[in-house]
Design a binder for this molecule. Structure first.
Ligand SMILES: [Ca+2]
Length: 186
């Protein structure tokens, strides 16, 4: 998939309202989210071990896979995964929000689907403040929060960014690359 045809559709920032924060599920402070990986339960906040893709099944339940081929095979998805090393935004299937640790949809990724707040520190050992590209392949909006006051990046449904260095923060200085701590799915 060529990147040149893509343009970002995430432009607007703002502030999260108190009502939005109150409605969000609470973080599991001090303990990571458990995921099934190779038939075992792993604490996603401590180590993904050999996994590179972790996918939310229902809220609080995740499955992790070695790679996209294993993911697609296990979840019964047709067709091969995108080649390693090329942009793989279309590896993020419809109905999911995906964030990758590297720009151009590369590196490890975590996929969420349930409405509510998703805390990256509970989902990855080193992924919080590392996200560099995302694709909100859902019909509803998402907010990417960086923990700097109430600053956030708004993403429309089907919104994406191949490079968060290109997304300037409107409230705080700098850009959103390697800054995202939480993702609120609507
Ligand atoms: Ca990064």
């Amino acid at each position: 998939m060529a990147l040149t045809v893509l343009s970002t559709s995430v432009l607007l920032g703002g502030t999260v309202t108190a009502a939005q924060a109150d409605n969000a599920p609470q973080a599991k402070d001090g303990s990571g989210v458990q995921a099934v990986y190779k038939g075992r339960s792993i604490d996603m906040s401590k180590s993904w071990e050999g996994a590179t893709v972790c996918v939310e099944q229902t809220y609080g339940e995740y499955r992790c896979y070695d790679d996209d081929a294993a993911y697609r095979d296990a979840e019964g998805l047709a067709g091969p995964a995108s080649d390693v090393g090329v942009s793989a935004w279309d590896d993020c299937r419809s109905g999911y929000f995906c964030i990758w640790e590297d720009k151009n949809y590369a590196g490890r990724r975590v996929e969420g689907r349930a409405p509510g707040m998703h805390y990256l520190q509970d989902l990855t050992p080193s992924f919080a403040n590392q996200g560099s590209s995302f694709y909100n392949n859902r019909s509803t909006n998402a907010h990417l929060l960086d923990g700097c006051t109430s600053d956030y990046l708004h993403a429309d449904g089907r919104g994406y960014s191949p490079d968060l260095t290109q997304e300037d923060r409107l409230v705080c200085s700098g850009n959103y690359n390697d800054k995202i701590d939480q993702i609120l799915l609507f």
